[in-house]
Design a protein around this ligand. Structure first.
Ligand SMILES: [Fe+2]
Ligand SMILES: [Fe+2]
Length: 219
């Protein structure tokens, strides 16, 4: 049976066009096992994996910094590191849910933390939080928005807002380091988004309206 010349031409044209313009969506569908997240699904998934890895490492690092702060007598700083570590855990769990929804498997390479003095550890923590607040999460949010991936956008936005509070609290700790020695501190962490505060009068999460009584209190 012969295929009419017009049809052959049409199939050839479709084939060439699909290579020229369809490769990224074909690749991302294959990688993610879904085609419902737009053409940049592979990039969104890569960003989610990078954020999952970053939050997992921050969690481990802050627990190590908390231990050192306790050893040096900075008990309130230790409480803050533990609260922030819990928030990072909430973030990587949130990221993992979206990664799995996209057909991926969360993967982290946990490096052993470089633990120095508490003052130095706070500076490192401020640098990390500032980078996530000002660069990493804004870039990831913009990409998720352009891809139409609302789940990814939301988990990035939750994390970005909490990192901004972490940067602020760490800066406050560093500026008042000697006053934070030998004193107790309690911090409150939203179980949904990881928002972290020392304000005992907060009524609800400013990010997602979770009522204060559901917050985890960490000292
Ligand atoms: Fe943080
Ligand atoms: Fe929240």
């Amino acid at each position: 049976m012969r295929t009419p010349i017009g049809l052959t031409f049409l199939f050839t044209a479709i084939f060439i066009l699909s290579f020229a313009f369809g490769s990224s969506s074909t690749r991302s569908s294959a990688m993610t096992g879904t085609s419902s997240f737009g053409n940049n699904a592979s990039t969104t998934l890569e960003n989610l994996q990078a954020a999952f890895n970053g939050e997992s490492n921050a969690h481990a690092k802050y627990l190590a910094f908390a231990k050192r702060a306790d050893e040096e007598g900075y008990t309130k700083v230790a409480s803050l590191f533990r609260a922030a570590a819990r928030a990072e855990e909430i973030h990587f769990n949130n990221h993992a849910v979206v990664i799995r929804k996209m057909g991926g498997e969360p993967n982290a390479d946990i490096k052993s933390a470089d633990v120095k003095t508490t003052a130095e550890n706070l500076k490192v923590a401020i640098e990390g939080e500032t980078y996530e607040r000002d660069k990493m999460y804004p870039d990831f949010m913009a990409e998720a928005r352009s891809s139409g991936n609302t789940d990814a956008f939301l988990t990035f936005r939750f994390a970005k807002t909490a990192e901004a509070e972490h940067a602020r609290l760490y800066t406050e700790a560093l500026a008042n380091l000697e006053n934070w020695k030998g004193t107790k501190g309690t911090f409150f962490v939203c179980p949904k988004c990881g928002y972290t505060t020392s304000d005992p009068n907060l009524q609800k999460c400013p990010v997602d309206s979770t009522p204060k009584e559901k917050f985890e209190s960490i000292s």
